[in-house]
Design a protein around this ligand. Structure first.
Ligand SMILES: [Ca+2]
Ligand SMILES: [Ca+2]
Ligand SMILES: [Ca+2]
Length: 230
């Protein structure tokens, strides 16, 4: 026998199919980026996977490690990059149809000699319609050494007369950061094929050349033995 009933208040329910595969996901495309301090900027790619029809966004901010970040509004000396704060300016926005954007950080090209230094990029605070992927932290390595000094002889060939007794060879130091002391060793060595004989034509020597802070040229003396031809 049929049972009759009246319809209640709720006659329609909407069903949300939660398909995590299509949910927009944001992440860096790599875990580590290598840059040179003279590159100017790093543009770290952020990718959106899944549905690209909507506008999504996330914050990208910097975290200092061995590299030092500036304040948010200035570029203090000694800073290695311009910091991105946990602020609304640091939001990276993907418009509809956009699947790739970048987190841009200005690098500071100073003249200081430095070894490799690093900082991190963090992706957080995704908009409600997106979530974070696996790579939400990326390391940026500013490769070093940079602004290194070079030391070279003033010339590839020096010509002196044999009775000069002593010759003076300039040793040059070049680079933008002369604040440190540099030392190198120099040694005399017979040419190949030999034409001057060590101990006969000159006194073999091996000595240290030291550049004091700020100095670019040091002159080294090499003694000659007088040689009389009869
Ligand atoms: Ca530094
Ligand atoms: Ca530099
Ligand atoms: Ca530097």
């Amino acid at each position: 026998m049929p049972v009759y009933a009246l319809l209640g208040q709720v006659t329609r329910a909407s069903v949300n199919i939660n398909d995590t595969e299509d949910e927009p996901t944001l992440q860096f495309d790599k875990k580590t980026y290598h840059v040179n301090e003279s590159t100017g900027f790093i543009h770290a790619p952020i990718e959106r996977k899944g549905d690209t029809s909507s506008t999504v966004s996330a914050l990208c901010y910097t975290v200092p490690k061995s590299a030092k970040g500036s304040s948010l509004h200035g570029l203090e000396s000694g800073s290695d990059y311009k910091s991105r704060g946990v602020t609304v300016d640091s939001r990276v926005i993907f418009g509809p149809g956009v699947s790739m954007s970048t987190c841009d950080v200005k690098l500071i090209d100073d003249s200081e000699y430095e070894l490799s230094e690093e900082f991190e990029l963090h992706l957080s605070d995704a908009s409600d319609n997106a979530r974070m992927g696996d790579v939400s932290v990326a390391k940026v390595v500013i490769d070093g050494p940079n602004d290194a000094l070079t030391v070279s002889l003033g010339n590839a060939t020096f010509t002196f007369s044999e009775d000069a007794g002593t010759i003076e060879i300039p040793v040059l130091r070049q680079g933008s950061d002369l604040s440190s002391v540099t030392s190198v060793w120099y040694a005399t060595r017979p040419s190949d094929p030999p034409s001057a004989t060590p101990g006969v034509d000159y006194i073999p020597s091996s000595r240290k050349v030291e550049f004091k802070a700020g100095k670019t040229v040091e002159v080294k003396k090499i003694k000659f033995v007088y040689c009389f031809i009869v």
